[in-house]
Ligand binder design. Structure first.
Ligand code: COI
Length: 358
């Protein structure tokens, strides 16, 4: 399928480094990109010419199909530098698998997971010095595939570029808790749509609802389903969890929700702990009722960029509920600590989740 699969990755190193431009106190999120990027191009039915080149602009035809019809999919994952000096990438195999699913939904030729993993290994190795060492920091890895063929017919392109860039980051949210607005009017995804795919259009569609909710004093949108506008789906750019009467609830994956790697890791850890977990439809009324009855113990978002983010308040129509007195809950704090400990190599990686970059 992929000519590049076994081809060596050619490496062209940058003449100078921009490493001194990082603000060590706060690298921000995606504000600066590391010195190099990976690229491979698809043409004549095969991925060709894998290479690592200095990070920088490249030419794209104004007629490129990705610019017109949004044929673009991406991923997000992180590399960590542990106190032991070892570089670990967290669960890249799960991102490789999800990218294949996103490609299928958008008629993009698949990237072989082996190519994906090898490209990340090489790129992280080349820009190893860009990986922040401090806890709470990481090298964010952003793989992206865009349709580059210039054509105005609405059809799958015949040419693509797959590229990977990296960026030293802090966590996505800086506050203690977030305030959500349950969104009754706009929806993120509908059955049969692209909700499960990590594609640019889903994020573009979230901008206006996000901006409106922020102008009303909320931090993030709590997405409800696109049919009845009642069932909880996701929060902003994360998956959502609730703890109700000792049980952990999260929406099940039914094609409208992104299958998050952090979501999957949280469920694994909780199930191993013997915590009762249910992945199922969650009516927002059930959450309001639990708040009224005093059984809503915690809520938190989970995602790669954000890790675990406690939810302090949720506004639903004209009501606002406060969760755990708007303070981070013990479960969210514990999950955050355990996931970061695994990612940084502070505890044994019993699940084999880390890919070591030598
Ligand atoms: C991630 O968590 O990696 C994401 O892709 C969210 C991003 C849009 C900030």
């Amino acid at each position: 399928m992929i000519e590049a699969m076994n081809a060596p990755i050619a490496t062209h190193l940058a003449a100078t480094s921009r490493l001194d431009q990082i603000n060590d106190d706060d690298p921000g999120f995606g504000d600066i990109f590391s010195d190099h990027m990976f690229q491979v191009d698809y043409r004549d039915g095969a991925w060709r010419d894998p290479r690592i080149v200095p990070y920088g602009p490249f030419e794209i035809e104004p007629g490129a199909l990705c610019l017109h019809y949004g044929q673009a999919v991406f991923e997000g994952l992180k590399a960590f530098l542990g106190d032991d000096g070892v570089v670990r990438v967290f669960r890249p195999d799960r991102n490789a698998a999800r990218l294949v699913e996103s490609c299928r939904r958008l008629c993009i030729p698949e990237i072989d997971p082996g190519v994906f993993l090898r490209a990340i290994d090489e790129l992280v190795r080349v820009d190893r010095r860009w990986i922040p060492a401090r806890r709470g920091r990481a090298l964010y890895i952003r793989p992206l595939i865009v349709a580059t063929e210039a054509n105005l017919n609405v059809r799958p392109a015949r040419e693509y570029r797959f590229f990977i860039m990296t960026s030293p980051v802090r966590e996505y949210f800086t506050g203690n808790t977030v305030h959500l607005k349950a969104e009754r009017r706009y929806t993120r995804a509908a059955p049969g749509g692209m909700g499960f795919a990590k594609t640019a259009g889903n994020y573009a569609a979230s901008l206006l609802p996000g901006a409106e909710s922020q102008s009303q004093g909320h931090d993030q949108v709590l997405w409800l389903d696109g049919v009845s506008h009642r069932h909880v789906e996701e929060v902003g750019q994360m998956n959502i969890f609730f703890k109700v009467a000792g049980k952990v609830l999260t929406p099940d994956l039914r094609g409208t929700i992104l299958p998050g790697v952090t979501r999957e890791s949280v469920l694994t850890l909780l199930q191993e702990d013997g915590v009762e977990c249910e992945a199922r439809r969650i009516d927002i009324e059930e959450i309001l009722r639990a708040a009224d009855e005093g059984t809503l113990e915690e809520a938190f978002g989970a995602g790669t960029a954000a890790v675990i983010v406690p939810v302090g308040r949720i506004s639903v129509d004209d009501r606002t509920i406060e969760i755990n007195s708007a303070r981070p809950g013990p479960l969210a704090l514990d999950l955050y600590r355990r996931i970061v400990d695994i990612q940084r190599g502070d505890v044994p990686d019993d699940h084999g989740w880390n890919r070591i970059v030598r």
